[in-house]
Design a binder for this molecule. Structure first.
Ligand SMILES: [Zn+2]
Length: 166
């Protein structure tokens, strides 16, 4: 019984550490909003009616937009592979997907609601995979975004008075 209880606490602790790690990851990124991959140029200026079928689902954005498993997603431009995980200095695919989902779904405005499951057809014609569910909650993205904005603010406040670490 006591053991069960300890197990729960341990699990909770792991969840907290994971989330803190993710928050830290985002805060250590250079802050340059608006530089999103694929926002330049309209390579996929497909008509709304051209729905692309027969593709594999992307675990990050949830659209069926992969030529094959491990390929670069035609919708979000991300690639899920061990190489990509290593390039981001992360320890697992799970963590990688969470981080990429936070990046992908973070709204431009803090607190804007996130609709993970819509639109059912992406602007570039990929259908949403109906079995897909996000690994992050809207509130988690909101908390991380808030922490990032607060960290930015603190940085602005203290740029003039940078104290040495020791
Ligand atoms: Zn994707």
């Amino acid at each position: 019984m006591i053991f069960e209880h300890m197990k729960k606490i341990a699990l909770l602790l792991i969840a907290v550490i994971l989330l803190a790690g993710i928050a830290y990851y985002f805060m250590s990124l250079p802050t340059s909003p608006g530089v999103k991959a694929g926002s330049k140029g309209d390579v996929n200026s497909a008509h709304q009616a051209d729905v692309k079928l027969g593709l594999k689902g992307c675990d990050i954005c949830g659209y069926n937009a992969l030529e094959k498993k491990g390929a670069i997603c035609g919708n979000c431009g991300e690639e899920i592979s061990n190489k990509a995980v290593q390039a981001e200095n992360l320890s697992s695919i799970e963590e990688y997907i969470i981080i990429k989902q936070i990046e992908h779904f973070m709204p431009d405005t803090l607190g804007s609601s996130i609709d993970f499951l819509n639109p059912s057809i992406s602007p570039n014609g990929y259908p949403k995979n109906s079995n897909w569910r996000p690994k992050v909650y809207e509130t988690q993205i909101y908390e991380i975004q808030k922490a990032m904005l607060e960290a930015d603010q603190r940085q602005l406040d203290t740029t003039a008075t940078t104290e040495p670490a020791s």
